[in-house]
Design a protein around this ligand. Structure first.
Ligand code: 2P0
Length: 355
């Protein structure tokens, strides 16, 4: 009847995040608990982001999800964990205008339709899962009127994809690895908001839009099992860098920030190389970009640009200010001329986009 015809929906948008102290390795694969803390910067929501609309209606006969217009399965354990955790915390919802009243128990039997879009190529390996899972959890939490704060929601998003927990906040974010076996204290906290250090400009050079060969999930599993260096990184190196990075962010100390971000990216890739069989995420173009930035930073006597690479060859560069970013773009265009078949494209992120 008419009572069955209503649909209630919520739309949210979540940017992706880029780690400057990397997460690599789990101590619990199901709960997604990491072996070290990590720190990231969340991008501007106008650029690389996911937009998700979640809807509920008594006429929906099962939970369904579409990604970029194509239906995908919700059967995976990670989606199911997120849906279960959110439904368990659902509250009463009332929309007086539409005459809808949902009691919290009703959420257990009501079905959801979820439509999610990335405004950037999913295949380019630009941390699409981070924005996607964060947005899914956030929009469902709004729909079901959860009382949890963003930090508590981050612990749910974490169970969808580790790096997703850091996208619940803007600015600089720390994912605390936590101590508890049940993961309750493995969550994200905001270190500084997006206004704190807004001189920084992030430029992403898409070196290859091909899908990566080794998924992060299986890559980090292999690293934990086979690398002789990962323990040293997780226990000795990262804890010190986390303290130093938090300090550099508070003080807006760019030279320290750049040194920590670059060396941590390099160590992450060294640990990948130390995995057996070895994992190669960077390619020759990535290495040339590193050389180019290092040479420039050395010539200037103080770092102008930091670089960091994730589980793929694409370069994320962080310029100290807008003027430096303009100069960086010039250098990139000179060294990697776009008219050839070199696969280099650039995105400029930040309030003050240059392109
Ligand atoms: C990071 N990466 O801190 C690191 C640096 C890639 C390199 O988090 O298995 O997609 O879903 O927890 O979060 C990519 O791994 O892996 C990642 P799961 P995730 O951003």
């Amino acid at each position: 009847g008419d009572a069955e015809k209503w649909v209630l929906m919520v739309t949210a948008r979540t940017p992706t995040n880029i780690a400057v102290i990397k997460y690599w390795g789990k101590r619990d694969e199901t709960l997604i608990l990491p072996i070290n803390d990590s720190i990231s910067v969340t991008l501007d929501p106008n650029h690389l982001c996911t937009t998700t609309t979640v809807s509920v209606s008594p006429s929906f006969d099962q939970d369904r999800m579409w990604l970029n217009g194509k239906e995908i399965s919700l059967q995976g354990g990670r989606f199911q964990s997120c849906l279960r955790e959110i439904r368990a915390r659902a509250q009463d919802v009332e929309d007086k205008k539409k005459g809808i009243k949902i009691n919290k128990e009703d959420w257990q039997k009501l079905n959801l339709h979820i439509a999610s879009y990335n405004n950037f190529p999913t295949a380019a390996g630009l941390a699409s899962s981070a924005a996607g899972l964060a947005c899914l959890v956030f929009s469902l939490a709004k729909l079901m009127n959860l009382k949890e704060d963003n930090s508590q929601l981050s612990a749910i998003a974490r169970q969808g994809s580790g790096s997703a927990c850091r996208s619940l906040y803007g600015g600089f974010v720390k994912w605390c690895m936590g101590k508890e076996e049940n993961g309750s204290d493995s969550l994200a906290v905001q270190l500084a908001d997006e206004k704190h250090w807004d001189d920084l400009v992030i430029i992403i050079a898409v070196v290859s839009a091909r899908q990566k060969e080794t998924s992060s999930t299986s890559g980090m599993r292999d690293t934990v099992v086979t690398s002789a260096l990962i323990d040293h990184r997780a226990k000795e190196v990262v804890p010190k860098r986390i303290v130093e990075m938090e300090d550099a962010i508070q003080k807006k100390d760019f030279p320290s920030f750049a040194r920590l971000a670059c060396t941590d990216s390099n160590q992450f890739h060294a640990v990948c190389l130390d995995t057996y069989p070895p994992i190669f995420y960077m390619n020759d173009t990535s290495h040339r970009i590193i050389s180019c930035v290092e040479k420039w930073n050395r010539a200037e006597g103080t770092p102008q640009v930091a670089y960091t690479f994730d589980a793929g060859p694409n370069a994320v560069m962080i310029a100290r200010d807008r003027k430096t970013a303009a100069s960086l773009l010039q250098r990139l265009l000179y060294n990697f001329p776009p008219q050839s078949d070199v696969d280099l494209d650039s995105y400029v992120i930040g309030d003050k986009s240059i392109l």
